[in-house]
Write a protein that binds this ligand. Structure first.
Ligand code: PMP
Length: 355
């Protein structure tokens, strides 16, 4: 039988693997593959879901209540806040809004696995700048990589999957070097877990005010535990965010997501106590793994990185056999999310057998 003729797919899209999620865990296993929050939802957040717009009605397309709330919190006009169905949606919107055929998008590598597809989907070209030997962004090299074709640069801090932050001094020097008509996306998905005092904080530091080309991304998926509801936000210049609103798919943020995000801000103190618990587990994991001889880079997100190189697949398989679902990046390393308390001891136990 001859193959049926299929619609022509753009070569850049056909060459991409569809987004692959972290492996799902069986009932006995710990799922440490997607940097999720291990805690159950707060009762007040569940309650907020009961009071959403009826399902037969569309949500507020602008997520106006949440934008007003975030604007008040950060001391900016609601127009300088953009809410979307996860910060990954905002990454797509911003790249689509700035880069097209012939343009370049610069990002560090290895970093968040969604980045490579962003320029390709937009028809643009991705430019990967290797991390330093200690798994940090090389901001000098990233600034050097800027050409007259560069339209956007993504800076991920703390870097997923390796863990280290960009310092505020490094970021300030970087922003000064990048032409002001090039968008800088500061992806701070894990900001709430950061304890390094010198880390850049795009919102507290208000870099976006002095530099209209900087947009800061945050999410409710990690520290606030709403990964399944899909809600993230950006703060930046109104006109830049208008461009993201234009390229975004309308009405993607549900009323349930907006309500849960607002309820999470109401319960922020309690949620940040949980973050502190995760940070403490992270410290024990890093210390324990280093004591076993693993070269774990500074871990500032809710995950740790094992640079396992050529052994990656074999080591990851051993973790999975022990019901620890981790995220391997073949030939490079393994990312292990900081999850349940019992998982800390189990990870250390299994890691010790793999040195
Ligand atoms: N940025 C980074 C660095 C991430 O690791 C993630 C999630 N893995 C995201 C953005 C996207 O998160 P979400 O779409 O759930 O807000």
């Amino acid at each position: 039988m001859t193959e049926p003729t299929l619609p022509r797919i753009r070569p850049a899209i056909a060459s991409l693997a569809p987004y692959r999620q972290g492996t799902q865990a069986g009932p006995e296993a710990f799922k440490l593959s997607s940097n999720e929050n291990p805690f159950d939802p707060l009762p007040s957040v569940l309650d907020a879901l009961q009071h959403t717009t009826p399902m037969n009605r569309y949500p507020d397309a602008t997520a106006g209540r949440l934008r007003a709330r975030l604007g008040a919190r950060y001391g900016v006009e609601p127009e300088r806040v953009h809410v979307a169905s996860g910060s990954v949606a905002i990454l797509h919107q911003l790249v689509l809004a700035t880069a097209s055929v012939g343009d370049e998008v610069v990002y560090a590598w290895r970093s968040f696995e969604a980045y490579p597809s962003l320029p390709l989907v937009a028809g643009a070209t991705g430019v990967q700048v290797p991390l330093t030997a200690d798994a940090r962004h090389d901001l000098d090299a990233m600034a050097d990589a800027v050409t007259d074709r560069t339209r956007a640069i993504i800076v991920c801090t703390p870097n997923n999957p390796t863990g280290p932050i960009v310092t505020s001094a490094e970021f300030a020097a970087f922003v000064d070097r990048v032409p002001s008509d090039v968008l800088i996306i500061l992806d701070e998905a894990y900001a709430e877990f950061v304890t390094a005092p010198d880390a850049v904080d795009g919102l507290a530091g208000r870099v976006f005010e002095a530099h209209p080309n900087v947009v800061v991304l945050r999410t409710f998926s990690k520290a606030y535990g709403l990964a399944g509801l899909r809600v993230g936000y950006a703060i930046g210049h109104e006109k830049v965010l208008d461009a993201a609103r234009t390229t975004g798919i309308p009405l993607s943020v549900t009323s349930a997501a907006e309500n849960a995000a607002i309820a999470s801000l109401d319960a922020e103190a309690e949620l940040l106590e949980r973050v502190a618990v995760i940070v403490e587990r992270r410290a024990r994991l890093v210390e324990g793994l280093r004591a076993q001889g693993w070269e774990v880079p500074d871990a500032q997100g809710n995950f740790v990185w094992l640079p396992t190189g050529a052994r990656t697949d074999e080591v990851a398989a051993a973790f999975v056999d022990a019901d620890l679902i981790v995220r391997p990046f073949s030939g490079d390393g393994i990312r292990i999310s900081v999850g349940e308390e019992e998982a800390v001891a189990r990870v250390l136990e299994v890691a010790a057998t793999l040195r």
